[in-house]
Unconditional design. Sequence first.
Length: 153
Amino acid sequence: MGKKQPIKPIEILLVEDNLGDADLAREALEGSKFHNELHVVDDGEKAMAFLRKEGPYAGESTPGLILLDLNLPKKDGKQVLAEIKADHNLRRIPVVILTTSKAEEDIIKSYDLHANCFITKPIDLNQFLCVVRSIEEFWMSIVVLPPNGTRNE
């Protein structure tokens, strides 16, 4: 029998400008049965710098999952999503839209830009925690993700 390999942390990038929602997401993920590492950036420009490993993010790992708010300063979530899905090196990373918007045009535009799913944030604290845990459960235990850091050939 070979040695059991240690579980590699699952890198999650949360792009969220609401500090309260970011803290709640962190709280929901900390008690998880999955070994993960949550990175948080608070605007669209920082998100793209993180993903492209530019400036202060040069040493960061490529996330296996992105949780993306649509209403962001500097560069909104739809612009970030469009850039991710147009980038040869990033487009395989699953992107979950997690936003307060219920607008039909936001939902349609997000899927047109190849979001992997669209979730409206619940207002209730416990429901919000449950939604974040459900996202993690689905993406970490049910879905088969592409290898982390793999570039499209």
